[in-house]
Design a protein around this ligand. Sequence first.
Ligand code: PGA
Length: 249
Amino acid sequence: MAVIAGNWKMHKNRQEALAFLQEFAPLVATSDQEIVLCAPFTALAVLAEKLIGTRIALGAQNVHWEAAGAYTGEISPPMLTDLGVRYVIVGHSERRQYFGETDERVNLRLKAAQRYGLTPILCVGETDEQRQQGLTEAHILAQLAQALVGVKISQVIIAYEPIWAIGTGNTCPPEEANRVIGLIRKEMSILPQVSSQSNENVRILYGGSVKPDNIDELMAMPEIDGVLVGTASLDPQAFARIVNYQKTR
Ligand code: PGA
C-alpha cells in the first residue's frame, strides 16, 4: 500500500475544505492506498467529522513537542489526537526556510508526535545549490542523523523533497528520485541511531511537483513508497488521479 499524502499548506478555509472533500471522497472510495490529507489547523475539526467512515486519514502540518504549556501560538500532540489527527508533517523545507526550523527541533517534534501515537512524516531534501556542489547525499544524511535520534524508525515516514522541485513544476526525474531514496534507505540503515532497530519497513516518499501526469512514472520506481503532494493536492480531480495512479508494479 502506497502512502499518498496531500499538503495543503496555508490554503482552504472550512468551507473550501468541505467542498474539496465532497468532490474528492467519492473519487477515491475504492482506493486501497493510505490516503492522508494534511490540512491547516483551522480546517482539521470540520474535516475530522466528515472523514469518519472513509479511508482518508487526517494529518497536520506541524506540532509542538510539549503536551501543554506557555507556548503562545503552538499546537500540542494531544490537541491533534483529540481531533482525530493521525499524521503530522515535521521539518518541511518551508518551515526550515521561513520559520527557523532546526534539526534539533525537528527531532523534538518527531519524538513528541510518536509519544502520542501520531505518525510523523519527516521531510528532508537539498537545495539547488547543494545539488550543484555535489552535497545532496551528505546534506540529507546529516538531516536524518540529527532528526532520528531516539525516534522509532518503524513508526516514521520519510519524505525526500528536493527543495528545487517544490512548487516549481520542476519535478525530480523519477530515476533520480529513485536513486536518492534508495541511497537514503541504504545509508540510513547504518546510522547508529537506526542500525539498532529493525528498519526494513521504513517508508520513503517522494515530494516536489508531483502531478497527475508524472505520478504513474514516479510510482513505477521500486524505491518510491508514495508521494507528498502540495499544489496538486488542492484540486480534488488532480489529487484523486494521483491517488488512483496506474499501477505497473
Ligand atoms: P508541491 O509541494 O507539490 O507544490 O511541489 C510539495 C511539498 O511541499 O510537499
